[in-house]
Design a protein around this ligand. Sequence first.
Ligand code: ACO
Ligand code: ZN
Length: 194
Amino acid sequence: MRLKLKGGMLMAQTTFIVRRAKDSDIYEVMNINLETLPENYWYGFYKHLLDNWGEAFLVAEVEGKLVGYSMSRVEEQGDPALLGLVSEIGVEESIFKRVITTLKNIKNLRPVGHLVSIAVRAPYRRMGIGSKLLEETIRVLREVYNVDSIYLEVRVSNEPAIRLYEKFGFKKARIIKGYYSDGEDAYIMVKRLK
Ligand code: ACO
Ligand code: ZN
């Protein structure tokens, strides 16, 4: 713990580091995900992201304990929904069908970064850890994976996350009706890098 001034008050400041994830971090990342989000994944999903886009799989650590993560993938074919090539997204039209139909007609799409999931354990929020994870994710996607843009889906009610993304230049690009399994809509937010 260090002390810093925030709004004229002396606050305890938690010292954290952000580093690349390792295989041995996966179970703890899964625990953080289960604690913090209703969208959960099986072990193989995390392993696949780590094996393929490992530079963009980051964890935050406080005194040797994992307190947050950020994981991404690169969509090599781009995402037609992002490029504004698909008109409106109907509730009845599945995302799968929409993407397949569009991909048939489009070639040479540029790879785009896809921020799959980011989270920080509740007691460690509002300390800048989410910002550091996101900043580093953007840097790696840009410099290592050479993407032109980054997108993500977020619940329309998730104000903390939306604020965080807006702080880093993400813009609400569109809404996907009923995206989540409980029926909530998602914003697709996009940050253009080039
Ligand atoms: N209310 C309003 N704005 C907020 C809040 C909040 N509760 N929390 C963060 N913000 C905004 C603020 O602008 C904040 O800057 P400030 O503290 O200077 O005002 C900015 O985000 C950055 O805050 P950090 O401290 O860097 O972020 P934190 O470490 O708290 O992590 C996160 C933010 C990851 C969204 C965290 O709240 C969390 O884990 N939430 C639950 C999981 C989640 O919703 N993840 C995103 C799902 S969508 C996806 O993964 C693609
Ligand atoms: Zn996604």
